[in-house]
Write a protein that binds this ligand. Structure first.
Ligand code: DLL
Length: 445
């Protein structure tokens, strides 16, 4: 695997922005100042008006960052009720870009950007790309969709800001992606982790060895992935893979990203006030405890949200990182509160199944979890694709593999599930965000 890239870089070359190493106290002062301004900016929006008329609260009533708890939450439903742009803070003609969430079940939630917002956004993505090794001499292949989705354009302008080269290959046509990786000697790959896995397996199946690919590192995001998945992709492609997180409602990729230590994602606290709350009580959880990530925009002009409930579950730490950045870090997203299914009283996230599967040689991260309720009891069925070398027509070998996988799933989740082993190359591959969970129970009947 490629050696850590930056251990020998001079100190002053490690950071893109002075915001990354601001002393904690100064950061808090900056956040407070920006929070007050945000409150005054948004208090007349239709979705917050009733609250602010009732409480008479203004920015001047926010005396400390803890006072964020005086403010109302915002949910996806609030934004959909305002569709398309009841939450716009600027005159329409000042919009220079619009993006949105994928919105498979409903209309998309839309986000707008002013000229300044695009400058801020490019700077924020540049920061974590730089922290994970991107320099102006690199060539980057962006295998994200370009479009309403914030991934393609969001990363694109951060890379341009750094001055690196871009091949906007977009998602799809995996053999052509690999041809470009080889022919153009791409240094860095940008993709969803599931699409990266797809590319990595195709590389392996084509008989290309990791050290034959010039690729050095990658920045993945937009969906949950486990450390096991990271290791698998890193080994297959011979790279270091970094995680970054964000959401379109707030800005897009930008909220946080990993540095070369790969030890949690640095939150860009000058632009986002992040809380980690118990998803039911909405009280702060202790540091290190998993909670819902709730975000307030501190530095966005066109749209700015108060306490947006992301439904993403992670832990937060304020322990200093060895890289020298002073920002708080968040763990990878372990699940979504709305993707969490409760099975016979046990909370289950798809990522736990992925973790268990990838501990067993022979299993792949191509899986689907189906939850049903045939009678009065919930049942979980996991379909998982088996690696070609391990797929056998000998019953005893397959049974052995089955029991190993079932055992790991029970250790990680505490649940007994049904397991269906699938032949190689039979399960759906994804080019964007993967769909891993189907809840077929009709819980509201
Ligand atoms: O996925 C923004 C993004 C693009 C982030 C590219 C990183 C890279 P949306 O389409 O609005 O925006 O989806 C946001 O995706 O609430 C999470 O559930 C999930 N998500 C984003 N990044 C990660 C990550 C973009 N690193 C939703 N790990 C969020 C886990 C992620 N989940």
């Amino acid at each position: 695997m490629a050696a850590p890239l930056f251990e020998n870089l001079p100190f002053e070359n490690l950071y893109w922005s002075q915001m990354e190493t601001l002393p904690r106290e100064q950061m808090r002062v900056l956040q407070l100042e920006r929070l007050k301004k945000t409150v005054d900016k948004v208090r007349n929006l239709p979705m917050y008006r009733e609250f602010f008329e009732k409480t008479k609260l203004t920015g001047d009533d926010i005396h400390s960052l803890d006072d964020v708890r005086k403010l109302p939450f915002t949910t996806k439903k609030d934004l959909l009720d305002q569709y398309p742009f009841g939450h716009l803070l600027i005159p329409r003609h000042e919009i220079v870009r619009i993006h949105g969430s994928s919105g498979t079940k409903s209309k998309p939630t839309l986000t707008a950007y002013t000229k300044n917002d695009l400058v801020t956004w490019a700077d924020l993505t540049a920061r974590f790309l730089y922290a994970g090794g991107l320099r102006s001499n690199h060539l980057v292949q962006i295998a994200f969709g370009y479009g309403l989705f914030t991934g393609g354009f969001g990363l694109h302008y951060g890379i341009e800001r750094i001055g690196a080269g871009i091949l906007p290959s977009a998602a799809g046509n995996t053999p052509r992606q690999i041809m470009f990786l080889q022919d153009l000697r791409t240094d860095c790959l940008i993709a969803t982790p599931s699409y990266a896995m797809n590319i990595a397996e195709t590389v392996r199946d084509m008989g290309i060895k990791p050290d034959e690919l010039p690729l050095k590192f990658a920045h993945f995001g937009a969906e949950a992935w486990t450390d096991e998945m990271r290791k698998t992709i890193e080994q297959l492609l011979g790279i270091k893979a970094y995680n970054n997180y964000g959401l379109s409602e707030i800005m897009g990729p930008s909220v946080s990203g990993e540095c070369y230590k790969q030890d949690g994602m640095h939150i860009q606290e000058d632009c986002f006030l992040v809380e980690c709350l118990h998803p039911e009580t909405l009280e702060p959880v202790a540091e290190g405890e998993p909670g819902e990530i709730v975000i307030t925009n501190l530095q966005k002009e066109a749209t700015s949200l108060l306490r947006y409930r992301t439904r993403d579950i992670a832990t937060i730490t304020s322990q200093p990182c060895e890289c020298g950045r002073t920002t708080t870090r968040m763990s990878r997203i372990v699940g979504r509160s709305d993707d969490m299914v409760v099975i016979r009283g046990v909370n289950l996230f798809p990522s736990q199944i992925e973790e268990a599967l990838l501990r067993v040689p022979g299993a792949t991260p191509h899986y689907l979890i189906q939850v049903t309720r045939p009678g009065s009891m919930d049942e979980v069925t996991v379909q998982v694709e088996i690696q070609p070398d391990y797929f056998s027509d000998k019953m005893s070998e397959m049974e052995q593999l089955r029991s190993k996988i079932l055992h790991e799933i029970q250790i990680v989740t505490g649940l007994r599930v049904k397991l269906e082993l699938q032949a190689p190359q039979t399960m759906q591959r994804f080019q964007g965000k993967a769909k891993r969970l189907e809840d077929l129970r009709d819980l509201y009947k």
